[in-house]
Design a protein around this ligand. Structure first.
Ligand code: 4AD
Length: 466
């Protein structure tokens, strides 16, 4: 049988074997009428294929055919794996293929709207190329997103979405091992769950409706339905007005909700183990992907402790105060104070990952449980990577009259959430949970500067296509 191999798995052990690869014509260089080089790329990995005229095997016509291929065409290459004495500069795989046959499976148009070599260069490489007078052009964010299908072909982007896939896999695997059930809540719902301003409204067969701003209400209802511990990986919709580096109008939410026996710290304990498992898993199993990302967007590895640091909101306020920054102890942090605190925490505790809990009640959603010893504060928390929020969560109110009162105080039309409130009328266990932004986790783990880099086809206030 014919032996198909992935370009990324080509290695010395395959020396002298006849194999087949399918990939893109990444680079083509004709040397003479009798010789050509073809670099084949698959999923960000490249291998150099050598064509030498060889009677009965490789004809001059074939060399000509390969030299005339347009870049990015899909090709099948059959040949023998060889190990060259000198490492091939440029190609990711250190073996070569001595070609016996080449087929073109699908032709690319000869001109591409973005230059993929430029799209894969790091800032450092641009600076170096400019010094040597080489013609290079930076590919802007908008151009990349307009031609996202091409942009996604770069090694760094291949790495980013493989890392993202690994994060969801580890999230799911860990929670299932802890007795959680994966559920899917509706995305077409009657009312806003996270406040009115950032909701997409729509017409549901003549009835006003919203796109779910989170699985919040229904995951809590699943707790009322005796599922005990639940999680969901699904789309979250926010009609954001502001155009920032970290807000999307649609993102992937990793949500969980669980019974609490005694204290909301039980949710923090799960969160702690979950994220150490995710970070350890990425560092151990995504080395190649992280390396590819690092090549284009250099970053320092994430620092995290074996037991995640927990600070109260008030401790955070105090740390900022000592650094000369005044923050309202009953208000909220903003992007700038969060960043600043991130820097202070890193200096003092040597970690980029930490939990801040006991937030002022006034800055949290209506369903948040106040602290029993001080109702100005709440059993809630945010989690930060490098001074930016990736998670928010809390213990929830499970008493229907108090929940109604809280919703009204915050100006929520309780008619739109009456079935949610009713769920707590037939006995409800104390519970809490959290929501994670998947794109933010990957963005901040890799210290990338824009959430659009970690969203496959980002939706922001100005973009609905591709
Ligand atoms: O802080 P948020 O709004 O909290 C909730 O949705 C709650 N229902 C969670 C809970 O269980 N209490 O969103 C949770 C996380 C944020 O920490 C952030 O990582 C991400 O979702 N997020 C966004 N990501 C990208 N674009 C946006 N516009 C985001 N808004 C929130």
């Amino acid at each position: 049988g014919r032996k198909w191999t992935r370009v990324g798995s080509l290695m010395d052990e395959l020396k002298d074997q006849q194999i087949l690869v399918r990939g893109r014509a990444h680079a083509i260089r004709g040397v003479s009428s009798k010789m050509a080089f073809l670099v084949v790329r698959e999923a960000g990995y490249t291998v150099q294929c050598v064509l030498n005229v060889n009677p009965g095997v490789v004809s001059k016509g074939m060399v000509k055919f390969v030299t005339g291929l347009s870049k990015e065409s899909i090709v099948d290459v059959e040949g023998i794996v060889t190990v060259p004495n000198i490492a091939i500069t440029g190609a990711s795989q250190q073996v070569e293929i001595h070609v016996r046959k080449v087929y073109c499976v699908s032709k690319s148009q000869p001109t591409l709207p973005i230059n993929l070599e430029d799209a894969a260069r790091s800032e450092k490489e641009f600076e170096k190329a400019e010094q040597t007078g080489e013609h290079v052009v930076r590919v802007g964010q908008d151009t990349r997103l307009n031609y996202r299908v091409l942009d996604l072909r770069t090694p760094a982007n291949q790495g980013i979405f493989r890392v993202q896939s690994y994060v969801s896999m580890l999230f799911r695997q860990f929670l299932i091992s802890e007795g959680f059930v994966e559920l899917h809540t509706p995305k077409l719902i009657a009312g806003a769950s996270e406040g009115g301003s950032s909701v997409f409204k729509l017409d549901y067969k003549g009835q006003p409706a919203c796109l779910a701003q989170s699985p919040q209400l229904h995951k809590q209802m699943a707790i009322c339905a005796d599922f005990g511990r639940v999680f969901e990986i699904g789309p979250v919709f926010r009609a954001e007005d502001s155009f920032t580096h970290r807000h999307l109008c649609e993102f992937t939410g990793l949500d969980l909700e669980m019974e609490i026996k005694e204290h909301y710290f039980e949710v923090l304990d799960i969160l702690d183990k979950l994220f150490i498992t995710i970070f350890d898993g990425l560092n151990e199993h995504c080395k190649k992907e992280l390396h590819a990302i690092n090549q284009q967007y250099p970053f320092e590895p994430l620092k995290y402790l074996r037991k995640t640091l927990r600070l109260t909101f008030q401790e955070g306020v105090q740390m900022l105060k000592e650094a000369g920054i005044e923050v309202d102890p009953l208000g909220d942090f903003n992007t700038e104070t969060e960043r600043k605190l991130g820097g202070l925490v890193r200096e003092k505790y040597d970690t980029d990952f930490y939990i801040l809990h006991r937030y002022p009640l006034a800055v949290r959603p209506f369903y948040t449980m106040p602290c029993i010893d001080d109702p100005l504060y709440s059993n809630s928390f945010d989690v930060f990577i490098r001074g930016e929020e990736i998670i928010s969560g809390a213990q929830r109110v499970h008493e229907p009259e108090f929940l109604t009162k809280r919703a009204k105080e915050l100006g929520i039309d309780v008619n739109t959430i009456s079935t949610y409130i009713d769920s707590f009328r037939w006995g409800a266990v104390p519970h809490g949970g959290l929501g994670v932004g998947l794109e933010r986790v990957v963005m901040l783990f890799c210290a990338l500067n824009n959430i659009r880099k970690t969203s496959l086809f980002p939706r922001d206030p100005q973009r609905l296509a591709p």
